[in-house]
Design a protein around this ligand. Structure first.
Ligand SMILES: Nc1ncnc2c1ncn2[C@@H]1O[C@H](COP(=O)(O)OP(=O)(O)OP(=O)(O)O)[C@@H](O)[C@H]1O
Ligand SMILES: [Mg+2]
Length: 400
């Protein structure tokens, strides 16, 4: 009876052991057991294959020395610091996912492991069981995700700064535009007032005025109309309206006389300025659009006066070379910083050193576009606090 009972128990025990063995053999995770010394008591096939060892070669050996001897950076991992060791020393479960296990061939893989202490029926600590899995794929996905996130964050930051820059530029542009509009209104009001004054004088004193006086009033009206036409031309260019819209009228022009008249007119609106005109020719006649040339030279002269600091006279030279008229305007003012020279023809660009000298930064842009219309060339040479020399070359050949 007792024999029969023992035989049955043995069979049950063997079945149970087989069942445990089957479970251990079939799970995909690595599982190994340790005694209280940290030596291996059992290893499942997954654990052995994950670290590239034969199971038989691991039994009785220190698992820490085999797969946990070094930290991820390759430095020694002392057993006393190891979480697995701590698990069976303190009798507490440890779960770790930021370490590596080493293979027999010297390579390593990121691992997630749980170390669980084992107690016997009396509650004595007899060792621990460690379950682990290779988390290379997970780490790889995490790092890809993190990199993608970082890239995304970087892109968002870049876009945000681009947007805020564009926004700032837009604000500046709006400010410049509104300043420009009020300046234009102001500029138009002057010649309009002059015309209104001349016309009302002619009307009111028609009988009292001499013929010469009447002609003077009329030519004053003419000058102011010309000034306003010039401003309209400039506005058309600024408003990006087709430059073709500006009619090029190559009237025969004695440029020497033209320059002298221009200077006289210019001095009326800028009474304090000193301009020394020199011409290598007594007479220089060619077909060229009077309105465009007037606008070009007035803009350059205005700059020379506006950015001058000394009393030294502005030099305005006219010469001819290779069938071209060359206008050179030299001032002795604040000059243009080197870093601004390359972009000086861009709309709204102003030199760093203008401080509170008023201006919109459109004059040279208009000049450049008008010179292009005339197939001419412009060169600016400048030194800060030494002055600026603007050279304009326009063909003397008739342009039709
Ligand atoms: N003769 C000069 N001396 C020093 N700086 C100059 C001179 N001419 C042009 N500049 C620089 O070039 C910039 C652009 O000139 P531009 O004539 O286009 O505009 P602005 O004079 O500022 O305004 P505006 O539209 O009223 O002419 C000026 O703001 C100034 O910094
Ligand atoms: Mg200007």
């Amino acid at each position: 009876m007792e024999q029969e009972y023992n035989r049955k128990t043995d069979v049950e025990l063997a079945n149970l052991r087989r069942q445990h063995q089957l479970i251990l053999n079939s799970v995909g995770e690595g599982i190994y057991g340790l005694d209280t010394q940290g030596n291996t008591t059992f290893v499942n096939p997954a654990a052995a294959s994950l670290i590239g060892w034969e199971r038989a070669d691991l039994i009785g050996k220190s698992m820490h020395a085999i797969l946990h001897h070094s930290k991820p950076d390759g430095t020694v991992y002392p057993r006393e610091e190891c979480h697995i060791y701590a698990a069976f020393k303190e009798g507490r479960i440890r779960r770790v996912d930021n370490e590596v296990f080493w293979r027999k061939d010297g390579t390593s893989f990121p691992v997630e492991y749980i170390s669980t202490p084992i107690h016997d029926e009396k509650g004595n600590l007899v060792g621990s069981v460690v379950t682990f899995r290779d988390i290379s794929q997970r780490k790889l996905s995490e790092s890809i995700l993190q990199r993608a996130n970082e890239e995304l964050e970087q892109r968002v930051a870049e876009r945000t700064s681009e947007l805020s820059k564009a926004n700032k530029q837009l604000q500046q542009l709006n400010e410049v535009r509104s300043r420009f509009v009020s300046m234009v209104c102001h500029e138009f009001r002057n010649p309009l007032n002059n015309i209104a004054f001349s016309v009302s004088s002619l009307k009111r004193y028609n009988r009292q005025l001499s013929a010469i006086q009447k002609t003077e009033y009329l030519s004053d009206v003419e000058v102011n109309i010309e000034r306003m036409t010039q401003m309209i031309d400039e506005l058309l260019v600024i408003g990006e309206i087709e430059p073709k819209g500006i009619y090029i009228n190559p009237d025969q022009l004695n440029k020497v006389d033209f320059c002298q008249e221009l200077i006289t007119e210019f001095k009326q609106t800028n009474p304090n300025c000193q301009i020394k005109f020199m011409s290598s020719q007594a007479f220089l006649k060619a077909g060229i659009d009077r309105r465009l040339l007037r606008s070009i030279l007035t803009n350059i002269l205005t700059n020379a006066v506006r950015y001058s600091t000394s009393d030294r006279a502005i030099e305005f030279k006219l010469s001819a070379n290779n069938n071209c008229a060359i206008f050179t305007i030299q001032d002795w003012g604040i000059g243009i910083p080197k870093s601004d020279l390359d972009t000086i023809f861009e709309p709204f660009h102003r030199g760093k050193n203008v401080s509170n000298i008023p201006g919109t930064g459109l004059g040279l842009n208009i000049v450049k576009r008008f010179i292009d219309l005339l197939d001419g060339e412009i060169e600016i040479a400048s030194k800060v606090n030494r002055g600026t020399k603007v050279k304009i070359k326009i063909s003397l050949q008739n342009k039709s």
